[in-house]
Design a protein around this ligand. Structure first.
Ligand code: CA
Ligand code: CA
Length: 307
């Protein structure tokens, strides 16, 4: 009798263990399957986004053969509505980053701070209700020396006093998020500045045909002739506006001559934002595309998820 009791208990324990193992294996397999499906979908999404990049480079190349200027009325600038793909969809848009202020233009090729660009950036910051002092601090972040600009620069001394301490980059910025490394920069202030700036190789010109109202208003001190955003959008449907000739006609010859070295009517740097959805997975890829003057183009920087 006692032996039968022990056997019964053993049987119950064995069944319980077997049940626990079965449930564990079942859950784990389901999770593994789910995880693998997610990984495969993300990988597929990435391949589709890379395909979109190749397509964008082709569109930009075709555009180069058709026109000398780059403006929002052209086909490259039209957003791509959600297009169906196997198991999901893709949407995207190309933006001209030369319509923005290039942070790396704060420092000239000789390594010195470019005072014309600093003044322009100060005016832009003022236009978007951010503090103009960031212009000098950003110039110090990029320039090779460790001597703070006057009166409001910042170099290693300021960065080593941060918690945790770090040093100034003293080199070209790769992403505009480096603004967040400046001492005292808040997220709210960064968000006011971010839409109007880019991190491109030094020496790029501002494309006046795509520059938004605050950038145009910052070009020349006290001149806000082309800063009506609605009028800009209307005038840009058909072509470049304002053209260099429009600016020449509006500004004094001294103002135009001072501005001429930093403006153009075309671009070579674009950003493709492509969002691919496959099943329950979604991937947003940001691709910085450089178009070469003689034809062709390539992606020089890619980030997933955040700009
Ligand atoms: Ca064009
Ligand atoms: Ca420096």
């Amino acid at each position: 009798m006692r032996q039968r009791g022990v056997a019964l208990i053993t049987a119950i324990v064995l069944v319980a263990i077997a049940t626990v193992i079965a449930v564990y294996l079942g859950t784990r397999t389901a999770l593994d399957l789910r995880r693998t499906a997610g990984l495969i979908a993300l990988d597929q999404a990435r391949q589709v986004a890379l395909g979109a990049e190749a397509w964008a480079i082709e569109v930009l190349q075709d555009d180069q053969q058709e026109s000398q200027t780059d403006h929002p009325g052209e086909s490259w600038a039209q957003p791509i509505p959600p297009l169906p793909i196997d198991g999901g969809s893709i949407r995207g848009r190309l933006e001209d980053l030369q319509g923005r202020f290039n942070l790396n233009s704060l420092v000239a090729a000789n390594g010195r701070v470019d005072e014309v660009s600093v003044a322009l950036f100060e005016r832009l910051l003022d236009q978007v209700e951010a503090s103009p002092r960031w212009a000098r601090i950003m110039a110090d972040w990029i320039d090779v020396d460790t001597v703070p600009g006057f009166p409001e620069g910042a170099e290693d001394g300021d960065y080593l006093a941060q918690d945790p301490p770090y040093r100034a980059a003293n080199g070209a910025v790769v992403t505009v998020s480096e603004l967040l490394a400046l001492p005292g920069m808040t997220l709210a202030e960064f968000q006011r500045i971010q839409p109007w700036v880019a991190a491109l190789p030094a020496g790029t010109l501002i494309n006046v045909c795509t520059a938004p109202a605050p950038v145009l208003a910052a070009l020349v001190a006290g001149r806000t002739d082309f800063s009506d955003a609605e009028a800009l959008a209307r005038n840009r449907q058909a072509g470049c506006f304002p053209t260099l000739d429009d600016l020449r006609a509006t500004l004094t010859s001294e103002e135009f001559t001072g501005l001429q070295p930093v403006i153009a009517e075309s671009s070579n740097w674009f950003r493709l934002t492509s969002t691919v959805t496959i099943g329950t997975s979604e991937l947003t890829l940001y691709s910085l595309i450089g178009r070469q003057a003689g034809g062709g183009g390539r992606t020089v920087l890619r980030t997933a998820g955040t700009e």
